[in-house]
Design a protein around this ligand. Structure first.
Ligand SMILES: CSCCC(=O)C(=O)COP(=O)(O)O
Ligand SMILES: [Zn+2]
Length: 218
């Protein structure tokens, strides 16, 4: 079984650099209101028995860069190195998504569109999406694809959200909505996770505007 000590300083710095680039880009899009959101990238190969990832520290203003923005945790969400930083309060959700999918990166943002849509479709526990071109951004190339984006409960106690994530993850849908909270999207690497979160946000705005038009409320 691998241990965290195998990773070089350069490898660790590369993970932090990757997170910093995504953090800056998402901040420029106002995707981290009120210190919300968290980002992680896995380091090394995926082994369900043991894996490690870099994650944003909890409660930080993600629109600014400091030398203390990220830390490494193991598959249980425990810090790998001595640090005063606390990993994201939502680290356990990242741990579970890595365990279930073997993803290489997981990004979480709060937006008005993802919050409104999660509440609007809460009764059916998923967001139906029909034939929108940007579904291809989720790597689904089917003609007129139909997808259902799962919505799970939001609890202050994050450990209570995890079993719903386990139960509701949809094969072929690299994201999950937390009710009135935000979207988690993941991919094989940071490039793919970014593409997925962008596709989801486009889809949420599309669905929102279409529902308004249907009601004659544009
Ligand atoms: C003020 S946002 C509430 C917490 C949250 O939903 C979030 O995404 C940020 O939490 P973190 O501990 O990762 O800073
Ligand atoms: Zn959140």
């Amino acid at each position: 079984m691998s241990s965290f000590e195998q990773f070089t300083l350069e490898q660790k710095q590369q993970s932090f650099d990757e997170l910093r680039d995504v953090k800056q880009l998402f901040a420029s899009r106002s995707w981290f209101p009120g210190t919300s959101g968290n980002l992680s990238v896995r380091i090394g190969d995926f082994d369900p028995e043991q894996f490690y990832f870099a994650i944003t520290a909890s409660g930080k203003d993600k629109t600014v860069n400091t030398p203390e923005d990220f830390l490494f945790v193991d598959k249980h969400g425990q810090a790998c190195e001595k640090t005063n930083l606390r990993p994201s309060a939502e680290t356990l959700i990242h741990c579970e998504i890595y365990r279930l999918t073997g993803a290489g990166a997981i990004f979480h943002i709060h937006s008005v569109f993802n919050n409104v849509i999660s509440e609007y479709f809460w009764d059916r526990k998923s967001v139906p999406v029909d034939g929108v071109e940007l579904i291809k951004g989720l790597n689904n190339w089917e003609e007129e694809a139909h997808i259902e984006i799962p919505i799970v409960s939001n609890f202050a106690d994050i450990s209570k959200i995890v079993p719903e994530v386990t139960e509701r993850l949809q094969p072929g849908v690299p994201g999950i909505l937390l009710r009135k909270h935000g979207i988690y999207a993941w991919g094989a690497n940071a490039f793919e996770a970014k593409r997925h979160i962008e596709a989801f946000e486009f889809i949420f705005e599309y669905v929102y505007r279409l529902e308004l038009l249907k009601k004659g409320m544009s």
